[in-house]
Design a protein around this ligand. Sequence first.
Ligand code: PLP
Length: 463
Amino acid sequence: MDGTFNENDISRIVEADRAHIWHHLSQHKPYETTDPRIIVEGKGMRVWDQTGKEHLDAVSGGVWTVNVGYGRESIANAVRDQLVKLNYFAGSAGSIPGSIFAEKLIEKMPGMSRVYYCNSGSEANEKGFKMVRQIAHKRYGGKKHKILYRDRDYHGTTIACLSAGGQDERNAQYGPFTDGFVRVPHCLEYRKFEQDGAPDENYGVWAADQIEKVILAEGPDTVGALCLEPVTAGGGVITPPDGYWDRVQEICRKYDILLHIDEVVCGVGRTGEWFGYQHYGIKPDMVTMAKGVASGYAAIACLVTTEEVFNMFKDDAADPMNYFRDISTFGGCTAGPTAGIENMAIIERENLLQNTTDMGNYMLEQLEELSDKYSVIGQVRGKGLFLGAELVEDRTTRVPVAEKLVQAVVADCMAQGVIIGATNRSLPGKNNTLCFSPALIAKKDDIDEIITAVDNAMGRVFG
Ligand SMILES: Cc1ncc(COP(=O)(O)O)c(C=O)c1O
């Protein structure tokens, strides 16, 4: 294409997109005959596409991100003011918003102490893995280096994160992977009948004990950390069974294994607490967070550790190798913590944690009512405004419905102007969970509109 064009010349924008953009997670063949979707504007819970069509966004920007909703001028103004004052300096130095946000974050995380800034969930998790490896080298002659991860969990898109990835379809074709990552079984009670030996009672404790079995098989002196999502997100919105976390914690303490909690989705309000782990009395050693930290108004991720972990990297100042020799160029951008401060202030001012709990409970009830109407809804689960509905062919056999039918429900909602999500191309044969994560500002009317769209779609696809 020649010449200049402006942002209002929407057909030229579409043409440029089709010619030059490589969309994430997308097969591009259909774009040879249909237009890619371009999201032009957002306000509150709603976005508008290039045709002017309005959508109610029930997935906070597609991937659990825009927690405080679109069009927040107070965040934009704070970021603008900071950028003209100082946009960037490398993270080996401090910054004013960096200090303020770290202090506010730590106030919400009793027991935690240090914030390491970077700019994506994957990157934050990789930093955690690197810390575990360096601790193994410093203290255990490199031996205690293995990192356990769980079936169905996801920790990011880089090769090391995929090595810790429990979603085999996401991983497929990207191997070989990094050594030293070991899988433990999932804790989805609804599918315990597929796990050998799972008991009728006390499933949570049993599921945690399966982690201990892996530790014993690997050798506890080789295992440095256990990395888990507090509530599994893209792996099917899996809330932990009763008794699970207490036992997991006990096991980690028993074998001196660091507990790395991935809060990339749950973090900063999504579940109705500041952090998902805070529902379960967990005392983590490392916590990673990204998406909701600044609701997508700036790229920011954090790895937060205890003072104890931090101290392991400064105990021998005479050794030139004895500190965390890591950097993230854009971890020094001041826009991230600036947006994070205002994002957190909005959540407090507007009492959004309470709203998330209330609206989450309301939405869960509404989804349960839908499950009375459609037997294809096998189970509804979730915490706060982070919900899933697992679809099955038959409630007795719990055979998952085909992914294309789940996607047909998503597409039907989209046609109605409501954006919902679903597990997709993640778990072989088990991409059968509809996902809902409206912004934390959702009101009853918004939830009702989402539920009506799902009801209509289910009626057409499964009616
Ligand atoms: C639980 C979890 N961890 C980590 C990531 C990776 O985050 P990012 O895409 O920012 O690298 C994701 C992304 O969806 C996630 O869901």
